[in-house]
Design a protein. Structure first.
Length: 157
């Protein structure tokens, strides 16, 4: 059983629909900026140009492996939220522990909207989102037994 989390790249085969081999090779794994940072910075795998009131989806090329009773919560970087009102379309992305074994290899996508009146350019390699791992707890009458195979909304299909 896994006791700590780990970031990995998805395979190039999984990523190739979203970027070329050079882009894939340059994907940086998420990292904390300081010793006391809670969040792991996600870096733009390619330039993200987000016009005013427009939405983009970033294919990060990253997956997260973690203990069964953990999840990864994805948020926009606070500076981008403050300056550009950058928001994730699902408010907070929740990456479940079993997502890493789905058909898409647990490929994390970040869909966000620039709610400001000015364009936002996030250069390739710049931090744009952050992920925070947290442990969660179950109720005593929890009886979930379904297995995941997919991403967004896959457990309610």
């Amino acid at each position: 059983m896994r006791t700590k989390a780990k970031f990995e790249k998805v395979s190039y085969q999984q990523y190739s629909a979203y970027g070329d081999k050079q882009t894939y090779d340059n994907i940086a794994l998420p990292r904390r900026a300081t010793a006391k940072s809670a969040g792991y910075d996600f870096y733009a795998p390619y330039e993200l140009a987000i016009g005013p009131h427009c939405t983009v989806t970033a294919a990060t090329g990253i997956r997260a492996l973690m203990p069964d009773d953990w999840c990864l919560m994805i948020y926009p970087r606070s500076g981008l939220g403050f300056k550009y009102r950058l928001k994730l379309n699902n408010t907070v992305g929740i990456i479940d522990a079993d997502y890493s074994s789905s058909d898409n290899e647990g490929h994390i996508f970040v869909r966000m909207t620039n709610e400001s009146d000015k364009p936002l350019i996030i250069p390739q390699g710049a931090a744009f989102a952050q992920g925070v791992f947290t442990r969660y707890f179950l109720t005593e009458d929890d009886d979930a037994t379904a297995q995941r195979n997919g991403g967004l909304g896959s457990t309610s299909r």
